[in-house]
Design a protein around this ligand. Structure first.
Ligand code: PMP
Length: 285
């Protein structure tokens, strides 16, 4: 199947789609992005992703490249052009094209917008049955991880280090040894009191759209979500651990640094939250 990309006003076959070599995203990672999961041709929680995009743009003093309504139209068109049923939309906005200089370009240089689409298989039953492993390592990122910047070097290095150790994800630790989040996911535990714990929002983590939805669904179901930091030692004593992201939903973690979490099997609370999320998606979240 040929795939299409949207590049600054044009829908182009992916094989010929490209940006200028002096795009500031390419030279400085001067841009922001979103990953929106698509299920049954529908962009999941699109409004929440666009609200976070608006936040990232404001924090970077970047303007919207097109109106929100136009962006929604582009996303819809990309779903149709790519015949996307289950997969993801990637959208990236950079500070446009100008001669390389650290300072912002002169006013009038428009931000650049690129959208790509990717088909994805659902999370494999095996992964859900076994759960995934995470390994902990220092969080080497900057102090504004609340901005969804395309500058992802420490995240990439952490993910690869985890992969090299046979793990699915890296849990990043702040200077005090608390888990901030995963390299591309939010981090959670379930305590023996049934508390569903995740780190509060703030500069050290990304405000995950899935995190937000899971917190709301947990509250609605009368469960006990608690926003506070936790350390790997507490996670290893917890009943369950899991991660969330737009493409993983809620995914059980069964090993941390080679040691089992709880009984070493995916926990019932994680699977319940995943089911609640699946129901919400089915209803058109
Ligand atoms: N933290 C980081 C660092 C991420 O890159 C992501 C994925 N975008 C998440 C958390 C999860 O966020 P979301 O639920 O919006 O995918």
């Amino acid at each position: 199947m040929s795939r299409y990309a949207y590049v600054n006003g044009q829908y182009l076959p992916l094989s010929v789609a490209g940006v200028h070599v002096e795009d500031r995203g390419y030279q400085f990672a001067d841009g922001v992005y979103e990953v929106v999961a698509v299920a049954n041709g529908h962009a999941i929680d699109e409004e929440a992703h666009l609200a976070r995009l608006d936040y990232s743009l404001k924090e970077m003093s970047l303007a919207w490249p097109v109106s929100k309504a136009a962006l929604k139209h582009i996303l819809k068109r990309m779903v149709a052009l790519n015949r996307l049923t289950n997969g993801l939309l990637y959208l990236q906005i950079t500070r446009g094209v100008s001669r390389r200089d650290h300072g912002f370009p002169k006013p009038g240089v428009p931000p650049a917008l690129v959208v790509t689409a990717k088909n994805m298989k659902p999370v494999s039953p095996e992964l859900l049955e076994k759960g995934v492993a995470v390994v902990t390592m220092p969080d080497l990122r900057w102090k504004r991880c609340d901005i969804k910047s395309v500058s992802l070097l420490p995240n990439i290095l952490a993910k690869q280090a985890a992969k090299d150790m046979g793990a699915y994800e890296a849990w990043l630790l702040d200077d005090k040894g608390y888990v901030t989040e995963g390299s591309s996911t939010n981090a959670w535990i379930v305590t023996d009191k049934g508390e569903i714990v995740t780190r509060p929002l703030g500069a050290p983590i990304l405000a995950g759209v899935t995190r937000r939805a899971i917190l709301a669904l947990a509250k609605e179901a009368g469960l006990k979500p608690v926003e506070r930091p936790f350390k790997p030692a507490e996670a290893l004593k917890a009943k369950e651990a899991f991660l969330t992201s737009a493409t993983s939903w809620a995914l059980p973690i069964t090993r941390i640094d080679g040691k089992p979490v709880g009984d070493g099997k995916p926990g019932p609370m994680t699977l319940r939250l995943r089911a609640l999320y699946a129901q919400a998606v089915e209803k058109g979240l």
